[in-house]
Design a protein around this ligand. Structure first.
Ligand code: C5P
Length: 402
């Protein structure tokens, strides 16, 4: 049977691209029923949308209810997928908070189908924490997003805000309709439902005095991406994180820590867990006591910092009485990566060591080449974005535990 989408056209200059989208989809055998918001009808007409879709275009909630009892419910349920393009900041805000005061928002609230948003707005509106928050809320509820793309916008500014191109939106729609579960946020299978995952991420900060500390370059990106990927597969995630400059995934319970000792205490408090992934770049040493006041320059020459060893969080959790079923460590190495990873596997008593070569721009960068070393062998992942590497690792974890 031909696939069928419900296309909500919001009020933005990108609305003209949604007319192309209707055509592109029709060429691929996908039918569109259009809801045109009041704002949308300022940019394109119901006549053009209807001419291209070959279907009646809906604009008013009350027309519809007069036509048939519960008309908007039926409209929201009869399609295979709901697509909001352009998704304005206003539509996203209303949908995120369950506000239903016109046909489009009422339909979004009533639907039992997946929703794909293609946002389009000014870059500052997109970057605004309110819009970012709303996107995360919608994603948490299972919504999918495509774009916005980076580029020059109709308002003359440059940045993220352009609606994704119709061909790209149509490709994503086809993938979703085919049941592709690799897309972010997809309401797909949740193989890790009922499992608890504990992740450490970021660096630790070991104080020298009230203003100085020892730390490292870890950005937290890989650990945060793994937390998000496990959450997407249904795990209940606790993310124990050292100081980083990135936002936590909405699905995770975040516990912020500074020192290695705080991180160990937070992990112990978060136990029991089924999965432990130790991604944090824990400082190996701390100073032997933190000076109570700032160490003054010059008075007694250069201070000799006495260092003492920090607790090994991974080894502690791997040997704990209530040890998680799957304990995974990371090994950041600059040479003999696999050899070191294998040694770490037995030394720390974990089940897997994920080795990565940090001789390049891995720390702080957006890509990673991971090798999963298990007792039975090695699996080499190609160079991937940290998000994709995380997804692959999460899928391997799910395969191991289910
Ligand atoms: O011994 P090394 O630091 O190379 O081991 C790396 C692995 O051990 C990582 O998984 C890291 O999160 C973990 N680790 C730890 N506590 C430490 C040092 C490392 O949990 N004190």
């Amino acid at each position: 049977m031909a696939k069928h989408i419900l296309l909500i056209i919001g009020g933005g200059i990108a609305a003209y691209k949604s007319l192309f989208l209707i055509r592109v989809l029709a060429r691929r055998g996908i039918k569109s029923t259009v809801i045109l918001t009041k704002g949308g009808s300022e940019f394109v007409t119901a006549l053009s949308a209807g001419g291209l879709s070959g279907e009646k275009v809906y604009t008013d909630l009350f027309d519809l209810t007069a036509e048939a009892e519960m008309g908007h419910i039926e409209l929201s349920r009869s399609a295979d997928l709901v697509v909001v393009a352009p998704a304005t900041a206003d539509l996203m805000a209303k949908a995120a908070h369950g506000i239903a005061n016109d046909l489009a928002t009422t339909t979004l609230l009533a639907t039992d189908k997946r929703t794909l948003y293609a946002p389009a707005m000014n870059v500052r509106m997109w970057d605004n924490p309110a819009t970012q928050r709303n996107m995360k809320l919608l994603q948490k509820d299972g919504a999918l997003f495509i774009g916005p793309d980076e580029g020059e916008m109709a308002c003359g500014e440059f940045g993220h805000g352009r609606m994704a191109e119709p061909e790209a939106i149509a490709d994503t729609i086809e993938k979703i309709l085919k049941g592709d579960t690799t897309l972010d946020g997809l309401r797909g299978p949740k193989p890790l439902k009922g499992k608890k995952a504990l992740i450490t991420a970021g660096p630790t900060r070991e104080p020298i005095d009230p203003v100085r500390y020892l730390s490292n370059h870890s950005s937290g990106k890989q650990g945060y991406a793994i937390a998000a990927a496990l959450g997407r597969l249904g795990a209940e995630v606790t993310l124990v994180s050292g100081p980083v400059a990135i936002d936590p995934p909405a699905c995770a319970k975040l516990v912020k820590v500074e020192t290695a000792r705080d991180m160990l205490a937070a992990c112990e408090a978060a136990m029991p867990a089924d999965i432990f992934v130790s991604v944090a770049a824990v400082a190996d040493w701390r100073t032997d006591g933190c000076a109570e006041i700032k160490i003054k320059k010059g008075k007694s020459g250069i201070p000799a910092l006495k260092l003492v060893e920090n607790p090994d969080i991974l080894a502690s959790i791997a040997t704990a009485e209530n040890r998680p079923e799957l304990v995974i460590g990371f090994a950041a190495e600059t040479n003999d990566v696999i050899k070191h990873a294998k040694a770490k596997l037995s030394k720390k008593q974990c089940d897997w060591i994920v080795a990565n070569d940090v001789s390049g721009d891995v720390m702080g960068g957006d890509h990673n080449s991971l090798i999963v070393v298990t007792k039975g062998g090695e699996e080499v992942f190609p160079k991937l974005t940290k998000t994709d590497a995380a997804r692959r690792l999460a899928e391997k974890i799910a395969a191991e535990l289910t």
